[in-house]
Write a protein that binds this ligand. Structure first.
Ligand SMILES: [Zn+2]
Length: 750
């Protein structure tokens, strides 16, 4: 679940007041801010970014965009924004909301256009060329962001307005914009003395460059890594379709006659649940955990230097650690609050893990007795394989039995879209006439309940080389009343593309991913605010996963399942008995699934609470990680963290540093909401309207704490999450329930 993430389009929010480019990938030297000047040449009018697109919804003209267009547009976009900022600061009039705060919001439109488009294309449909552009741009954009955030004259005007904010007569959203701008500049160092600002600029470019290098090493690993198999017999346990896919992958990488199993970015690998060959399982697992830990793609020195620089930067800004700095701007508030939440979840999770481990040990012992071999202690590469067998024994189904009922288009149109129709009255019309950037990309126009156009929704669901791992949502265009813009949103997922002519059949996990990402998409599409910087999913990290995680619940809602889960050949509905088993099985293995997220979050927090003198050496990283797991009682050999540091892209390349906990934090909100929705009738237009009015339309025009408080009139409660995953002690008997237990819930566990 936590593999999917929403991808922020922009540099780290705390260091940014304008929408820019995602943290980029770079191996070059830090750039020099003086390379960007307001006097850069004007952009060639033929450049596709030179003017707002004339296509519907200001859709980027994908058919006219070439790699050579990006750099000139970035350069001109930065120059344009600097000129716009200079116009604000050189205004002889005293600061007013219109001539300063609103004017600042309106800067950087060209840069926003090219940045959003480039970022999305580079993440999902990139190349060596776009990676080079990303690498070259990263330090320049970091410096550009600093040039604005640390502009003394600009801060003086913003600060002047901020001090007078209560007497300006601003509407609530405009006040939120001003407060946001002020806070971002303060947190970016605007109040530091000049010498400290220079040091801060240096840190920012160094950090940006290292984060880029970290991500680029992982992409290289993903492209060139993977496990090669010589003998077909070793693949015993995989389906014919999976074997065909592995053969094609090997062929595509110049190894005809062999099989290639690519590595997903998580520690554990999906095929481990199927492969009978224990030695191959161990080989795959070892390949996974040793990724990016030696040789040319060694991320250990990179991440240690990153941790050190982040600690130094935090100290310069007056914070005890990078985590303290980061969390101040989140709904969690402090590292202590995060640790308390992790501890609250860790106890019940450990208890569930011990029950799950015992069941696996029993199974191994039974099989050993039957075959007269010695039983062994389950290791990390065994867990999924035996857990899958325990699940089969208890719930009597496997993914291959289920997949024919989850055909991609059917899941999307009759499941994901259907739920959105029932909740919000939305309708969807496929558009074949609009430009796309690749053959596997789909486009839908989304209409509101009254038939008025609302948004464009793009889909890009297949894995490919040069595509980032995981799943994410981003915007090509942000909603904004100020500009009269409707949003264009895209969902990216990494489903293995089947061999030509085969249907696209999903696992239930992938089905849930589609619903999850669409929850983010709804956050973007239903946004209804004035200012694009406060629109849609531009909110705190520990709130942004809230709409996506409760949207997952519809994947297993019986009325929705009945609508989309039909056999791709016969059209027969998913048999009720199988459905009951799928739903009952949802709580299976949740100790493991929750533990791997908690331990990943603990590792993230450990690296980002380091003081200056405490950064471990590369050889100490494993022990350092282990200690953070041990402190929560979750240092079990068979249960690895979802990510080890060397391939923890979220926190060292993307923007989730001291932020991985956010998945658990927002899941607490989401499960609380799921329980509320079920208590109030489930999938109804009335509930949809409440979600839309209180959360989805509001972006960041209010703080997340306020939004949640408005919704409930109370603070969030972790109980429903523990209950949802069957982790409450009272739910223990269900874990051991017989296969046909009548206790299977009608819908969720609510
Ligand atoms: Zn997400």
């Amino acid at each position: 679940m936590s593999e999917q993430h929403w991808r922020r389009v922009g540099l780290p929010a705390a260091l940014l007041i304008v929408p820019l480019l995602v943290v980029a990938v770079s191996t070059s030297e830090p750039g020099d801010a003086s390379e960007v000047t307001a006097a850069a040449p004007a952009l060639d009018p033929a450049n596709p970014f030179a003017a707002p697109s004339s296509l519907p919804y200001q859709l980027p003209p994908f058919d006219r965009i070439h790699d050579g267009d990006f750099m000139p547009a970035f350069t001109a976009g930065m120059a344009e924004q600097l000129r716009e900022v200079q116009a604000i600061t050189s205004n002889p009039e005293p600061a007013s909301f219109e001539n300063t705060s609103l004017a600042l919001e309106k800067t950087g439109r060209l840069l926003g256009r090219v940045g959003r488009t480039f970022n999305s294309l580079n993440a999902s449909h990139g190349s060596e060329v776009t990676q080079k552009i990303e690498a070259d741009m990263a330090p320049l954009l970091a410096a550009h962001s600093d040039a604005i955030n640390l502009d003394v004259a600009l801060f003086k005007r913003i600060d002047d307005l901020y001090q007078r904010r209560s007497s300006l007569g601003l509407d609530a959203e405009s006040l939120a914009l001003l407060e946001r701008q002020h806070l971002d500049m303060v947190r970016a160092g605007a109040m530091l003395p000049e010498a400290a600002k220079a040091q801060l600029r240096l840190y920012n470019t160094q950090i940006s460059t290292l984060a880029s290098q970290f991500g680029q090493n992982l992409l290289k690993e993903a492209r060139e890594g993977g496990v090669v198999i010589d003998q077909l017999s070793e693949l015993d346990g995989l389906s014919a379709a999976q074997i065909a896919t592995a053969a094609e992958a090997a062929k595509a990488h110049g190894m005809p006659g062999k099989w290639l199993l690519p590595l997903q970015n998580t520690t554990t690998q999906p095929v481990l649940s199927q492969l009978r060959n224990r030695a191959l399982r161990e080989r795959i697992y070892q390949a996974s955990v040793s990724r990016a830990s030696s040789g040319a793609t060694n991320n250990l020195p990179v991440l240690l230097q990153l941790s050190k620089l982040r600690a130094e930067r935090a100290q310069l800004l007056g914070y005890a650690s990078h985590a303290a700095y980061t969390l101040e701007n989140e709904s969690a508030g402090t590292p202590a609050a995060v640790e308390a939440m992790l501890k609250q979840l860790a106890g019940p999770t450990r208890a569930a893990l011990l029950r799950e481990t015992a069941a696996i040990r029993r199974l191994i012992a039974q099989q050993a007795a039957r075959t007269h071999t010695r039983p062994f202690e389950p290791r990390a590469w065994d867990w999924d394989f035996y857990a899958e067998q325990v699940r089969k024994a208890r719930y009597d189904f496997n993914e291959e039995e289920v997949k024919p009922y989850f055909e991609l288009n059917r899941v999307l149109e009759d499941g994901v879209f259907y739920a959105a129709h029932e909740l919000f009255g939305l309708t969807f019309k496929e558009r074949k006439d609009l430009p796309v950037y690749g053959p596997d990309v789909g486009v839908y126009e989304v209409f509101d309940a009254d038939g008025s156009p609302l948004a464009l929704f793009y889909t890009d669901y297949f894995a490919r080389d040069y595509k980032n791992g995981g799943a994410w949502m981003s915007n090509f265009v942000e909603q904004s009343q100020l500009y009269g813009l409707r949003p264009i949103v895209i969902n990216n997922v990494n489903i293995d593309k089947p061999a030509a002519g085969q249907p696209v059949l999903l696992s239930f996990d992938e089905v849930r991913t589609l619903f999850h990402e669409f929850g983010h998409a709804l956050h973007g599409m239903l946004s209804n605010v004035n200012y694009e910087s406060l629109a849609g999913a531009n909110t705190t990290r520990d709130f942004v996963e809230f709409p996506s995680q409760y949207n997952e619940m519809w994947a297993r809602e019986p009325v929705v399942l009945a609508h989309y889960a039909r056999h791709y050949q016969t059209g027969a509905p998913l048999p009720p008995a199988l459905l009951q088993r799928i739903l009952a099985a949802q709580n299976f293995n949740q100790g493991y699934a929750t533990a791997e997220k908690i331990t990943a979050a603990a590792i993230d927090m450990a690296f980002h609470q380091l003081g200056l003198q405490q950064v471990p050496a590369p050889g100490e990283v494993a022990a350092f990680e282990r200690q953070s797991m041990k402190s929560l009682g979750l240092d079990l050999d068979a249960v690895p963290p979802r990510y080890h540091a060397a391939y923890f892209r979220h926190v060292f390349a993307d923007e989730y540093s001291a932020g991985y906990y956010a998945y658990l934090w927002s899941e607490v909100l989401a499960r609380d909401t799921g329980q509320w929705l079920h208590e109030h009738g489930g999938l109804t237009r009335a509930n949809g309207q409440i979600l839309r009015d209180k959360v989805l339309s509001r972006g960041r025009t209010r703080s997340p704490q306020q939004l949640f408080q408005d919704f409930y009139g109370r603070a969030p409660d972790a109980g429903p999450l523990l209950e949802y995953h069957g982790l409450k002690t009272s739910a223990a008997p269900k874990v051991n329930a017989a296969p046909k237990a009548q206790a299977a819930p009608k819908s969720d566990k609510h």
